[in-house]
Design a binder for this molecule. Structure first.
Ligand SMILES: C[S@@+](CC[C@H](N)C(=O)[O-])C[C@H]1O[C@@H](n2cnc3c(N)ncnc32)[C@H](O)[C@@H]1O
Length: 177
């Protein structure tokens, strides 16, 4: 399971003042960000591909009855439109054959494959006024992300930045207009 780290805290600062009705988090991990959502949104849906993370988060968030957590790939079974979708996705480029061996940190061949799958939810799972807030690292290739944004006439802005020794982190927001 992924323990809260610098990237977690950076995105936490960007969502702490967001409020609304329906929130979705992809990749809940320890449940650190999910807790913020549970305090600020009426209903929170969280997923993780890792069963241990879901089990841990369910225990960690046991006092919140506005959450629903499931173990699945991205949010495959969910047919609902949310006001906000957040994710601190795995974003490191996978070594060698591109096969993902550790889902907590590796996000596919260029590091952006899992992120792009999450961004595609903008079409199926986000309200027209909604936004996707996600974390991006300078270690992943963001050309595909920019092409997705431009190709779908979306708007991307940067909410927060942090310079690190090995990588620079950005919290990005994408909206439909
Ligand atoms: C970098 S960790 C972030 C965890 C936590 N949200 C945080 O900020 O500390 C990425 C999380 O995404 C999960 N994950 C990776 N691929 C996924 C997928 N395809 N569907 C759902 N969750 C996934 C991992 O298991 C991991 O818990």
């Amino acid at each position: 399971m992924y323990n809260p780290s610098d990237d977690t805290f950076l995105i936490a600062n960007s969502i702490v003042n967001c409020h609304g009705n329906y929130a979705l988090e992809i990749g809940v991990g320890s449940g650190y960000l999910t807790e913020i959502l549970c305090n600020n949104y009426k209903f929170v849906f969280g997923t993780d591909i890792d069963f241990t993370s879901v089990k841990h988060s369910k225990t960690f968030l046991k006092n919140f009855n506005n959450k629903f957590l499931i173990c699945c790939d991205v949010c495959e079974p969910v047919k609902f439109k949310f006001d906000v979708i957040i994710s601190n996705p795995p974003y490191l480029p996978s070594a060698g054959d591109g096969d993902i061996k550790d889902y907590t940190i590796y996000g596919g061949h260029t590091g952006t494959e899992t992120t792009l799958r999450i961004l595609h939810l903008i079409k199926s799972n986000l309200t027209d006024e909604g936004r996707i807030i996600f974390l991006k690292s300078s270690l992943s290739d963001d050309e595909k992300i920019n092409r997705f944004v431009d190709g779908n006439s979306l708007k991307k802005s940067v909410l927060a930045r942090k310079k690190g020794f090995y990588e620079n982190l950005e919290v990005c927001e994408i909206t439909k207009r």
